[in-house]
Design a protein around this ligand. Structure first.
Ligand code: 13P
Length: 246
């Protein structure tokens, strides 16, 4: 069984989110299906997906210890109450938010990872190098640094409760001039990440321009435990094609 996580990002409005979720709910597969909808639609999806075997993931939350005077913030406790079991942590679009005060630092990624574990939510910890880092030959060093910082102070045992997601920034469909990430390359980075994490096998997913033409290559690789699907999962026709392959 592999994990297929659909990250809708903010590609979709409310109506489309419901339609896509209903379509995903109809997929008959041995794989684990997870949807990360826009935060505001999580509650509606928890109702829509109630009886279906599709799980919910939040795309992010705000760093606050608990309830209080935090106008506009999203609290991890509420995500849990709404039925989320997973949270994306350290997605490159969150790390690299344009407003410099809003992008998550590597330290904050670590804090959020620990908050997830403390609150009984599974962090889906995203990591991956940028194009210039790959070109400079430091992809593995960047990955090691991102993971070491995020996992600082987290025991080997607790690390087993984390899902890791290798998402090279240069391969995301939203990156200008995005390139396809070769399955062999993704596999090597997943193997490297497992060594850095150091807790045995550990689940490592791949994300970056996964679509109907390549999803089978990634999910049939024995060292990749599944995929994150971004843009290709936010269009009913393209989603239908992907569904047919699962
Ligand atoms: P794309 O599939 O659009 O490249 O997005 C991948 C992603 O960021 C999943 O989290």
């Amino acid at each position: 069984m592999k994990t297929i996580l659909f990250n809708f990002k903010t590609y979709v409005d409310f109506d489309s989110t419901i339609k896509l979720a209903n379509r995903i709910g109809k997929i008959r597969t041995k794989h684990r299906l997870i949807i990360a909808p826009p935060t505001l639609f999580i509650h509606a999806l928890s109702v829509v997906l109630n009886s279906k075997k599709v799980e919910l993931c939040a795309q992010d939350f705000d760093y606050q210890e608990s309830y209080g005077a935090h106008t506009g913030d999203v609290l991890i406790e509420d995500l849990k109450d709404l039925g989320c079991r997973y949270v994306l942590i350290g997605h490159s679009e969150v790390r690299n938010r344009k407003d410099p005060h809003k992008g998550d630092s590597e330290e904050l990624v670590g804090i959020k990872t620990r908050m997830c574990l403390k609150n009984g939510l599974t962090p889906v910890l995203c990591f991956g190098e940028k194009h210039e880092e790959k070109e400079a030959g430091i992809a593995k060093a960047v990955i090691s640094r991102q993971l070491d910082t995020a996992l600082d102070g987290i025991s080997r045992k607790k690390r087993r409760g984390i899902i890791f997601a290798y998402e090279p920034v240069w391969a995301l469909s939203s990156t200008a001039g995005a390139r396809r990430c070769d399955v062999g390359y993704a596999e090597r980075m997943a193997v490297h990440a497992r060594k850095v994490v150091g807790c045995g096998r550990g689940a490592v997913l791949y994300g970056g321009s996964v679509d109907k033409d390549n999803i089978t290559d990634y999910i049939s690789n024995r060292r990749l435990d599944g995929v994150l699907v971004g843009r290709a999962g936010t269009d009913l026709k393209s989603l239908g094609r992907i569904a047919g392959l699962l």
